[in-house]
Design a protein around this ligand. Structure first.
Ligand code: ATP
Length: 254
């Protein structure tokens, strides 16, 4: 049920189409109402970043690709917004990196978990962890439903990719000794600040780029190690913030 048809010649057509897609998936029970608000927060930062992949984002994507390819047990954590926007890319990424896919929600409900699983399966996923009783393990230090994870997935993973995560859970996963790769448009969020690798970009751009780079690095372990040796997340994150500052200054001078 798409509510509005966005005319392709509209200057903000792409952004509006993404919005409409999220509204459609909200009505299908995949996206939570709070997911729509979270998207709005992301959009604001995307405006400031110039709505295209930046140099620091690309550096972080390369480091993320290298981390996923050298992981023992990688897991891609999927919420409603991620499933609505990039299900096919997530499945492709999981296939190439041999990562597992786990549904992990801030606002858990079995109906929504099943709806997300359905979207992922339609996109080609053979196995989707974390649904219903499968999420029987707990992340220490976190309260209520947010702590539940799959004992075959996030609980035992060494690397977790968390597109659109919240700060508390990111911090808890890092404290458990996991490498956390975040995709978050807001470089100031606690998720961005706490993650091991932070990709400050829109999931709709970052995920296909990650698939592309993973494909290029797939058989080059030496290059992966070299990328990881030279990557400094704090420095890279600071570059994203400086980039926003520079862009805003230029726009103000116009
Ligand atoms: P934190 O708990 O990490 O401090 P928060 O409270 O802002 O952050 P949430 O509201 O849980 O986090 O999640 C929304 C986050 O997801 C925001 O930081 C927003 O920038 C980001 N976000 C929303 N849509 C996208 C998108 N399409 N691509 C990348 N990031 C996005």
């Amino acid at each position: 049920m798409t509510s509005i048809k966005v005319p392709p010649e509209h200057p903000r057509a792409e952004s509006l189409q993404i919005r409409e897609k999220l509204v459609e998936y909200y009505h299908r029970g995949v996206v939570a109402s709070a997911g729509l608000i979270a998207h709005g927060r992301g959009e604001a930062f995307d405006y400031m970043l110039g709505e295209k992949i930046t140099k620091p984002a690309l550096n972080a994507v390369k480091a993320a690709a290298a981390t996923l390819l050298t992981a023992e047990k990688a897991v891609i954590s999927v919420n409603g917004n991620t499933a609505a926007l990039v299900a096919e890319e997530i499945v492709r990424l999981a296939q190439i990196t041999k990562a597992k896919i786990e549904v992990n929600l801030f606002y858990r409900s079995v109906d929504r978990e099943l709806a997300i699983k359905g979207v992922l399966e339609k996109a080609g996923a053979h196995e989707v962890l974390g649904v219903g009783e499968d999420a029987s393990a707990k992340i220490p230090e976190l309260g209520s439903e947010r702590r539940r994870v799959d004992p075959r997935g996030i609980l035992v993973a060494d690397v977790v990719l968390v597109p659109l995560e919240d700060g508390d859970r990111t911090e808890a996963l890092v404290k458990m000794g996991k490498k956390v790769i975040a995709i978050d448009l807001n470089p100031l969020s606690r998720t961005s600040q706490k993650a091991t690798i932070t990709i400050v970009d829109n999931v709709v751009r970052a995920t296909p780029k990650l698939v592309e780079i993973v494909g290029k690095l797939e058989h080059d372990l030496k290059k992966c190690n070299e990328i990881l040796l030279n990557f400094d997340n704090k420095k890279n994150l600071a570059e994203s913030i400086t980039l926003i500052k520079g862009r805003l200054s230029k726009l103000a001078e116009k």
